[in-house]
Ligand binder design. Sequence first.
Ligand code: SAH
Ligand code: SF4
Ligand code: F3S
Length: 441
Amino acid sequence: MASTPPPRTFHVKSFGCQMNVYDGERMAELLTAQGMTAADERGDADLVVLNTCHIREKATEKVYSDIGRLRRDDGTSPLIAVAGCVAQAEGEEIMVRAPSVKVVVGPQAYHRLPEMVAQAAAGTRSTETDMPAEAKFAALPRRRKSGPSAFLTVQEGCDKFCTYCVVPYTRGAEISRPFADLVDEAQALVEGGAREITLLGQNVNAWAGEDARGRKAGLAELAEELAKFPELARIRYTTSHPADMTDALIEAHGSNPKLMPFLHLPVQSGNDRVLKAMNRSHTADSYLRLLERVRAVRPDIAISGDFIVGFPGETEAEFGDTLRIIDAVGYALAFSFKYSPRPGTPAATMDGHVPAEVMDERLQRLQAALNRDQLAFNHSSVGRRCSVLVERRGKREGQWLGKSPWLQSVHFIGEAAVGDLVTVDLIEAGPNSLAGTLVSA
Ligand code: SAH
Ligand code: SF4
Ligand code: F3S
């Protein structure tokens, strides 16, 4: 491979979950620390990092089509690096299938991106998919700038091995970052402008550490410590697993006023046989009882979920149980997916794969129910007075967009600035947003 001048501009494109967004930001910070500049249009960047997701089939195909689309009219391509979970799972295949890709770097090894890019410019392609994540975090530069709402990865990897899921393979075993490191990163984010921090983990509520005095700490204690930053107004966390929802964390929703009244707690299915086949370690009933306890301490909490339709062997009656659990919970927000067989996962070789038309039809019914509930939740918020964290300008003159405590998008007209926490009366609801009037800045 011929050598090229070292890249001066870069673009990072992230697919997939919020942790990938976080990783993308950290990669951009690393490259900036090397003296490179972020380019807006990725067609013009010397280096393009595709930060990929492997969770469902189409995501992988998207990566290959993106690689193709990066080819310029004159037949050349920017220097392409593939990062993220597809890099981890299919790095070798990518190197073979896509000669324009010069760097493949897994989610736990991206601290090595700058040196790999330099090697690639000098003519050597390389792949790095080492685990685990500790070395990466230690090697990343201190954070400087932040928008009003920031992500902070506290826990990475997954030991749950749900039978449909690739994450335990692409992200590795569960690790928790040390308490002190997280407080330090949160401080940097707050100093850089963050008013809200969302703590991230594949199983964020499995986070465990020790506080400054050597006492055992969980997510509740971590959130309590972060709440001490006066400029930090809001703390969120995602994604939680029902099995790791501790008493302390539930209590924290009643006692920590900065912990927002929102809980993303995926159930996946409402049927116990399917849940068992998924290796979910909870039943429909234990999940509902858990939510009862959370609602007892925080009655206004918004519940959000993930659902999979058409898991192998799912019958019409079993799917009906999923519709029933939706009715029982009343989700404020939800993400739903057709089951997608992933190579190397136990479910991929199970019997009873559900035909595509059946999955389509179930997904439609599921989403109709979820949309109905999301609209109902938004309608139930009309009349509330709440805080809104202003994130950006709206399309209309004088209009601003932000988030309510319940993670709803809210728009209003008036004097404000990005990063303000304003008080708004919610006056009108739609399926995806609410209109408010400004009470005070
Ligand atoms: N750690 C998180 C997120 C996992 S991925 C959690 O446990 O919820 C996000 C969602 O993608 C999952 O909750 C699940 O609903 C969905 N998902 C994962 N693997 C899938 C697959 N093979 N097919 C369809 N949906 C899947
Ligand atoms: Fe995947 Fe299950 Fe782990 Fe979530 S808990 S990342 S769905 S294996
Ligand atoms: Fe996708 Fe990896 Fe996140 S597979 S959902 S980017 S952990």
